[in-house]
Design a protein around this ligand. Structure first.
Ligand code: ADP
Length: 521
């Protein structure tokens, strides 16, 4: 049979290896997953900023379309028609209409609008030619031109495009945009729509830390990602996640998952621990059982061979003196007693194990039980040179108990005291009353029990495997029976022992509530 140690190591290896591999794999794939998640998130932020820029283009493209419509409805449209167009688009400061050579430049201005930037400089015939070529090629290009800011604080952009139907000398149209108004009227609603509950979006003017507009309070330093606005490259469009930052979310998730994986590992380890313990317990029990069988065989064989030997000697009538004959009879009877006790113990034990042991309780006096047992042991104690000290209290209340069972308990204790004493053969038996308890002490000055074995001696089959006890035969059942009997009587058993100095067992029985009469001792 393999030792529990080897089995434990094999088990640990079998479980630790896969656990270790699993935890390592989980940790790796967790961090991979988290990195993937973070990169997806980053791309999402990028896409958000892109969609807002895209929106700005789409809106201005729409305006170019509208102007196409105005021109198509009335070629060489009147300033009033453009004035109405301007009225409906607050982000526009003015409209510029020009021919291909920029010889005639017509500016339609929003009423009340002052301080327009110089428009002629950025408009070059070459620029208009480029737009017209594109238009001929079948698509419209809107070309932004940054205007000088000399006349005002706001960013000015001129969006140039060639109309669909160049008419009445209008070959290019320019839209003068006011950045602040554009942000407020066009971009702000889009930012709100995109931000929802998940993001904070903001637009920052060049060189400012506070936003020109943001969906929630936002500082430039908090931005997770920022991009220039295509239309107004000096303006910054930025976003940050709402609440925790993505790193915090990812780290928190990573921590939680790691904790779960580690917890799982610990649970598995605890499982291994439990399995190992129960295997070790089963193995020790199996070992103790096999020791028990060999011990019982020995215990049976010794008295039987003694009985046989003395009986045969007597039968052959070889013993001359009466005294010797009486001594032989005593030995035969003592060994028969020993056999009876052994068989009784085994039978009681098997009844207890099968749950069939019952106790017939009746009022009894503990002193009487003790005296009966001492009478049984009188001769053996004397022949083995034991000094016996008996102190029985005379004020003991009656107990409710099973006489036979209690005798068996006391016999086992005295038997052990005799078995495990060599240097100083001494037996002390005392009864006393402690409050609502009747107490029985059985003490010896024998081998004693090692401290580490004290809480195991009441286990079935357990025997101390060192010293004198090792050489003394026994079944390991005696104290298990005593323990069971005492517990069945509602009592407790205590043991005090010093190695090489002796042992004292103390049985405590509760006095029944109705007990009054003091029986004679
Ligand atoms: P056993 O048949 O071995 O005596 P027990 O159940 O009666 O079995 O006792 C269990 C073990 O406790 C013994 O093997 C012995 O090691 C120890 N033991 C019990 N009583 C004494 C004692 N009075 N002195 C020393 N050791 C004792």
């Amino acid at each position: 049979m393999r030792s529990p140690h080897t089995i434990g190591l094999v088990l640990l290896g079998l479980v630790l290896l896969p656990i270790g591999a699993y935890v390592a794999y989980e940790v790796r794939s967790l961090s991979d997953n988290e990195a993937l998640m973070a990169s997806i998130y980053e791309r999402q932020l990028e896409a958000i900023l892109f969609s807002i820029n895209q929106h700005a283009w789409t809106v201005t493209d729409g305006w170019a379309h509208e102007i196409d419509g105005v021109l198509a409805a009335a070629p060489g449209a009147s300033p009033e028609a453009f004035g109405r167009f301007l009225d409906t688009h607050a982000a526009l400061r003015a409209l510029v209409l020009t021919d291909s050579q920029i010889t005639r430049l017509h500016v339609v201005q929003r009423p009340g609008e002052t301080g327009l930037p110089a428009l002629r400089d950025p408009l070059t015939p070459a620029a208009v030619q480029r737009l017209l070529e594109r238009r001929r090629a079948g698509y419209r290009k809107v070309e932004p031109v940054r205007l000088p800011r000399a006349d005002g604080p706001d960013e000015q952009i001129l969006l140039l495009f060639a109309p669909e139907t160049p008419s009445a000398g209008i070959h290019a149209v320019g839209l003068v945009l006011d950045a602040r108004r554009f942000v407020r009227d066009v971009l702000a609603p889009k930012l709100q729509e995109v931000a929802r509950e998940q993001f904070v979006l903001g637009i920052f003017e060049p060189g400012t830390a506070a936003p020109l507009y943001s969906t929630e309070p936002l500082a430039r330093s908090e931005l997770r990602r920022e991009r220039s606005i295509w239309l107004f490259p000096a303006y910054v469009l930025g976003v940050r996640p709402r609440g925790a930052t993505i790193e915090e979310v990812v780290q928190e998730r990573f921590r939680q998952n790691l904790l779960l994986v580690v917890l799982m590992g610990l649970v598995l380890l605890a499982g291994v621990g439990i399995v190992y313990r129960s295997i070790r317990h089963e193995l020790t029990l199996a070992q103790m059982k096999s020791d028990f069988v060999s011990n019982v065989s020995h215990e049976l064989r010794t008295p039987l061979s003694l009985i046989r030997m003395y009986a045969e000697t007597l039968e052959l009538d070889r013993v001359r003196s009466d005294e010797k004959r009486r001594a032989y009879y005593r030995i035969i009877s003592r060994e028969a007693e020993r056999l009876t006790r052994l068989v009784n113990n085994i039978l009681t034990f098997s009844r207890i194990e099968a749950g069939r042991e019952t106790y017939a309780r009746a009022p009894l006096h503990l002193n009487e039980v003790v005296q009966d047992v001492l009478t049984l042991y009188d001769v053996p104690l004397r022949t083995q040179g034991f000094r016996t000290e008996v102190r029985l209290a005379d004020d003991l209340p009656a107990l409710e108990g099973d006489r036979e069972a209690l005798m068996e308990a006391v016999i086992n204790l005295i038997d052990n005291a005799v078995k495990y004493s060599d240097a100083e053969p001494f037996l002390g038996v005392a009864t006393s009353r402690h409050g609502r308890e009747v107490v029985l002490d059985v003490a010896d000055r024998g081998a004693g029990i090692p401290a580490e074995a004290l809480d195991r001696i009441f286990d079935k089959f357990y025997r101390v495997s060192t010293g004198l006890v090792h050489t003394t035969k026994g079944t390991g059942l005696g104290l298990a029976l005593v323990h069971h009997i005492v517990q069945a009587h509602g009592g407790r058993i205590e043991v005090e022992s010093r190695l090489g100095q002796g042992t004292r067992f103390r049985l405590r029985f509760p006095v029944p509530a109705t007990a009054g009469a003091v029986l004679p001792s």
